[in-house]
Design a protein around this ligand. Structure first.
Ligand SMILES: NC(=O)c1ccc[n+]([C@@H]2O[C@H](COP(=O)([O-])OP(=O)(O)OC[C@H]3O[C@@H](n4cnc5c(N)ncnc54)[C@H](OP(=O)(O)O)[C@@H]3O)[C@@H](O)[C@H]2O)c1
Length: 309
């Protein structure tokens, strides 16, 4: 592991929390979690040996102060409510994901002590994509590659594990409703990856694995969205009929939500595209470089069975 201080940007977040825990377990580095609300992040953190510092990727001064003396930065920041952008509240992929990565990178470079930058990108990242999420990730990746700083970029498929907002929502929906509404055909393909495996890969990246590389990271099994929901049903013992919401109907909902003149945006057409896109990974380069053993989904999701027992 990189000696010195590692800053994990992403505060009380799902992936940042798992990474901070993993790094805190390893000897040799001090872990500094950056959060807009460090006390709240501390209260949610299930682990020890980590310091919490206030920083907002929209506030350069806060980043500069928080990144003083850091040797490595991990960027796992995302705006609340994603993948539904809310431009009226400034919550867009362009502003938080791309802009935030640039601000973090620049502030870290200004600190003068930075030796490694790790970016949590996403499967499908592509600076030429018409979709704002994939485009912002792709643009951030390019800026990192061209920064001259040592880096490793990870492009995860759906990440699951204790604390995942997405899994919580899916499991809650399974308990609340007699049928489960699947976005689109249900044939979109996922490769769910256990958050502990992603955290392990990040920890290895800080030891020098995958320097200068961009790695897709999915679980060991690709499956359709329907198959993933059926697996969740089997594990939690909540069997429901699957209904498929046609993409065209979801689009209309998106249009309606986007045209509401006030309030939080609760849905969008881009969110429909995001939810119905394939998200599969070629794990080959990752496995060759990091020698990781990826957790099978049935094993990684077993915490849900223990909870529903
Ligand atoms: N979850 C997945 O399945 C998945 C899959 C592929 C890629 N990813 C990527 O992985 C990264 C982390 O995702 P996640 O699921 O862990 O998200 P998350 O649980 O929503 O956490 C994101 C964190 O970002 C922090 N944040 C938000 N706005 C900020 C700002 N202006 N300045 C500083 N920090 C800010 C928040 O922490 P505070 O409130 O404490 O500041 C928040 O908890 C994202 O880039 C996401 O796109 C996630």
């Amino acid at each position: 592991m990189t000696a010195g201080t590692v800053a994990v940007a992403g505060g009380a977040g799902f992936i940042a929390g798992a990474i901070a825990r993993k790094l805190a377990e390893a000897a040799g580095a001090r872990v500094r979690v950056l959060s807009r609300d460090p006390e709240r992040a501390r209260s949610r953190f299930k682990g020890r040996g980590v310091e919490f510092v206030r920083a907002d990727v929209l506030d350069t001064a806060s980043l500069r102060a928080a990144l003083k003396g850091v040797q490595a930065v991990i960027d796992a920041v995302q705006f609340e409510g994603y993948p539904i952008e809310d431009p009226r509240r400034g919550l867009t992929f362009e502003r938080i994901d791309y802009g935030g990565a640039i601000s973090l990178l620049q502030a870290a470079q200004t600190a003068g002590t930075l030796t490694k930058f790790v970016y949590i990108s996403g499967a499908g990242a592509d600076e030429n994509s018409a979709h704002p999420a994939f485009r912002a990730k792709g643009r951030a990746e390019r800026a990192i590659r061209e920064s001259g700083i040592r880096f490793t970029i990870f492009r995860p498929s759906l990440v699951y594990g204790p604390g995942s907002r997405v899994i919580e929502l899916l499991v809650k929906s399974l308990s609340w409703t007699p049928v489960f509404m699947v976005p689109g055909s249900g044939r979109q393909r996922l490769q769910p990856v256990f958050v502990g495996d992603l955290a392990a890969a990040v920890s290895l990246a800080l030891e020098g694995c995958g320097d200068g590389g961009t790695f897709q990271i999915g679980g060991p099994e690709a499956m359709t969205f329907d198959e993933f929901i059926r697996l969740l049903m089997e594990i939690t013992g909540r069997r429901r009929a699957l209904l498929h919401a046609p993409q065209s109907a979801l689009h209309l909902l998106g249009v309606a939500a986007e045209s509401l003149p006030v309030g939080r945006r609760v849905f969008s057409r881009d969110a429909v595209e995001f939810l119905t896109a394939d998200s599969v990974c070629d794990n080959g380069p990752l496995l060759r470089e990091f020698k990781l053993s990826l957790t099978p989904p049935r094993q990684g999701l077993s915490y849900l069975a223990a909870r529903s027992a």
